[in-house]
Ligand binder design. Sequence first.
Ligand SMILES: O=c1ccn([C@@H]2O[C@H](COP(=O)(O)OP(=O)(O)O[C@H]3O[C@H](CO)[C@@H](O)[C@H](O)[C@H]3O)[C@@H](O)[C@H]2O)c(=O)[nH]1
Length: 722
Amino acid sequence: MDTRTRGSDSPPLREKIVINNTIPRVIELVILSLLVSLLVYRVVTLKDQDHHFPWLLALLCESWFTFNRILVMNAKWFQCRTKTYPERLLDRVNESEFPAVDIFVTTADPILEPSMITMNTVLSLLAVDYPANKLALYLSDDACSPLMFYSLIETTKFAKNWVPFCKKYNIQVRAPFRYFTLNSPSMNDESLEFQQEWKKMKNEYGILYKKIEIAAQSTFPCDCDSDFGVFADVYRSNHPTIIKVVSENKEGTPNELPHVIYISREKNSKHHHHYKAGAMNVLVSTSLRGNDKCTFDAKRRLRYYIANGVSSMQGAFYAGSNCFHRRKVIYGSSPNDEIKTGNTDNEYLHKMFGKSNEMRESGAQALSGLNAKTENRRIPSSFIEAAIQVAGSSYEYGTAWVINDRLLDFNDLYFQMGWMYGSTAEDFLTGISIHGRGWKSVYCMPEPAPFLGCTPVTYPVALIQQKRWATGLFEVFFTNKNPLLLTINGKLWFRHALVYVLLCFWAVRSVPEICYAVLPAYCIITNSRFLPEISEPAFLIPMGVFVIHTLYKLWEVKRLGVSIRMWWNLQTMGRVNTMTAWLFGYWNVVLKVLGLSQMVFDVTPKDQNSSDGDDIEDADKGRFTYDSSPMIVPGVVVLLVNLTALVNGMSGLVNIGSRENWLAGFALGEVFCSVFVILCFWEYLKGLFGNGKYGIPSSTIWKSGGLALLFVQLWRRSSQWF
Ligand SMILES: O=c1ccn([C@@H]2O[C@H](COP(=O)(O)OP(=O)(O)O[C@H]3O[C@H](CO)[C@@H](O)[C@H](O)[C@H]3O)[C@@H](O)[C@H]2O)c(=O)[nH]1
């Protein structure tokens, strides 16, 4: 049946649902007016203060918080969500007309990212509900590890049984480590045949697990005459391109396995490899089938209200994982481009895609919007030579194929392709550049979530991840993909640009937050004030902001069905991350901008016991563990100065004579703030007394103690001058 005829009669595949947002808007406006009143009050009363410094510092911090509030309000002002109906797809097109999809999985370190986790990702992707002859899975291994290659071979063998099992019984959870943990067939509900097959699968998965575990613990033999010979004498930072076709669906049958290809791109000291962005570019250029779409490994983000807010603008952020891109978008086109590619020798294609004929052919096809017909597509083993050529570390030089961190001789600032370089959050940078060309994106969030990813389960790992994100987001501000630039010169909507600015400034937020967190301690120690006295009516303004904002946040998370405990965890983690990891992110970028340091991509260690999504709460319930990371130091200093201030305040209280003087002499607002900061750092407080990995290392405590002492002494001595 004709697609268009069927399509026009069929119900839509997605619809936008506008959510009534009146009450939150009123609350946001109340908070904003209180913040503005506070700023006005501070300016007007500045000259009357005995101590100008804390008052002025509070004014600066609160100005930043007000600015941030406006950005948040903008992000959440209109709320809508997209409801998708993938089940209606077959009413519109025949399965044979589905576009071909390339699936990209990246890995960079078999220790930090254990191969079994990567293999579970591979298995769940091989079993997706999509005709297998339209799929090809590419695994990029930046560690050039024979273990990863071996794991992929063994996993593909297992997949030959696992994928038909998933399809036959319509298994929804297709990563075996999760499936076999969550499920065991109930004897009454399931057929005997299913129970037997279930046991067989579980047993086979156990064997696979053991094989990979044993291989991971032993030195890998790379016999020259075996498939592993290419791994002999290679170093992860210096080796030629290795491409191996692990499995090929030669007949093009929908019920076989998809193609499975292993790629370790060339690395050497002459050319920067650009971390994940570089790996993704090699994947997109080596998957030369002329496909229409490509997609990533999986992850889900819980930023509900911001996500609904951007859905009313240009749409979803690209968060690196679990995302579909159209190839022509990755190849740098804009929505209304009419690209006349003509023959593959034309100058434009040469400039864009370089000297590889296959690359130009693939590019021309994707840019012209044509989807390769299944029967015309070549099998991977037929273009290995070409793939090796384009995976070379120097191939992209001299092409538009991403020399993104500098402007080439192309006049058009936005004429750049692939994953963008110049930020450790390559996803954010690539996403903003796509929106900057005028594209829109949508969230597709079926229930249950189709893919989950790993979330850090230990605090030191969370710190590494948060630092990299804060660094990467802030770096974008200093590239030619700055959101404001993209609004002025490109097609990024102004309101959407402000949401990007909000995210770019995560790292910057650490500075006012840390100042604000030590202000109460400063005031108590130096007997000064940064809040109106409790007897003044103006005291109601900061109190109102605090109470209304806290209740509002509580209401927001309650509407999402999140527990109060989880809300408190999110609150405190928000404060702790900002003042520790994000502060380091801030300095990373400042030093980079000043030319004093180079950025490094720290891979987030993965743990099989974690997955973001439903288990967030469980993961957060765990106790904090610590290592000797310097990122902990600012948090301990903030805690120690506030503890010192409270002790100081209490001893001052003992010395206050009459009862009438009690209230006047006691800085109630400041004491309350100090206690609140200590509550936010409660886990740190426990860490000061904890043992083993649950304790903050004594070297960190000494360093932080020294700094705290220094600050307290400096404050005492300098307070007379401010
Ligand atoms: O030289 C490198 C470095 C990293 N990676 C891969 O990049 C991915 C992302 O790195 P990871 O440390 O896992 O970052 P996460 O913080 O866990 O991931 C989120 O944040 C990243 C951007 O900061 C996005 O790229 C990810 O898709 C997103 O899930 C991993 O699969 C790595 O294997 C490479 O392929 N080559």
